[in-house]
Design a protein around this ligand. Structure first.
Ligand SMILES: Nc1ncnc2c1ncn2[C@@H]1O[C@H](COP(=O)(O)OP(=O)(O)OP(=O)(O)O)[C@@H](O)[C@H]1O
Ligand SMILES: [Mg+2]
Length: 225
């Protein structure tokens, strides 16, 4: 692949957490990786390996201690907080293990609300997004009136409504039975096919990881092969 295909470059990324006044827990000890446009990359590794920590940093929800993350050749942590949050709402979609839908709002409202922050959400687009994930006829259901798999598909519609270049997913099938997990996995591949989005997905689901274009394995704070 040539450098035009590169979406993200991570170099010597380090992150530690404060444990006591004297002690810090070093979680990421010098991560180097590249993510290419349009790929679906899986991040795997044992519990506590730092997968969510890495994903949060890629999503600019957290900052590294040192090292760089370049997005389309731009060092994102050089941005000021306001620019960084604009960048985040424009360029990155998030899917979490638990759907985090707002219980008081319908599926359609949930898809619209979170994208209003970026000022470009509209109802037609939200309806299209729900149609895309096969839930147009559930648009007026509240989260408690949806199955787990349906709720996660609403969360995917919400993550995709602003057409972010990068979608980050932290164990998107972790809370689903195998049938619902399969439909979420199929959906992610179909969306990539249709919109060419780039996905970085933390997963413990071996079948899912095996279907991804590439597996990035974390062990002891670094990427191993
Ligand atoms: N805010 C925090 N403060 C202190 N330690 C933290 C914090 N967040 C995470 N950790 C620790 O950092 C390590 C990595 O956590 P992380 O959540 O990134 O792991 P993970 O690979 O996502 O694990 P899992 O597969 O269980 O989700 C863990 O040992 C965790 O206890
Ligand atoms: Mg995690």
């Amino acid at each position: 692949m040539n450098s035009n295909d590169l979406l993200i470059n991570v170099a010597e990324l380090k992150k530690s957490y404060k444990v006591t006044d004297e002690n810090r827990l070093e979680v990421l000890k010098g991560i180097n990786l590249e993510i290419y446009k349009g790929e679906i990359a899986a991040i795997v590794g044992k519990s506590g390996a730092g997968k969510s920590t890495l994903l949060h940093i890629l999503g600019t929800l957290d900052k590294p201690d040192s090292g760089t993350v370049s997005f389309e050749n731009e060092n994102i942590f050089e941005k000021k907080d306001k620019q960084l949050s604009e960048f985040r709402s424009r360029s990155i979609g998030f899917i979490f293990q638990f759907h985090h839908l707002l219980p008081e709002f319908t599926a359609l409202e949930n898809v619209m609300i979170s994208s209003m922050i970026s000022g470009i959400s509209d109802k037609n687009k939200a309806e299209e997004a729900l149609e895309e994930v096969g839930l147009k006829d559930r648009k007026n259901h509240k989260p408690s009136e949806l199955s787990g798999g349906e709720a996660q598909r609403v969360a995917i519609a919400r993550a995709l409504i602003n057409s972010p270049k990068l979608v980050l997913a932290d164990e998107p099938t972790g809370n689903l039975d195998s049938e619902n997990a399969d439909s979420v996995i199929d959906l992610i591949f179909r969306l990539r096919e249709k919109f060419g989005q780039t996905f970085v997905i933390v997963t413990h689901n071996e079948e899912f990881a095996g279907r991804c274009d590439r597996i990035i394995k974390l062990n002891d704070g670094i990427v191993v092969n």
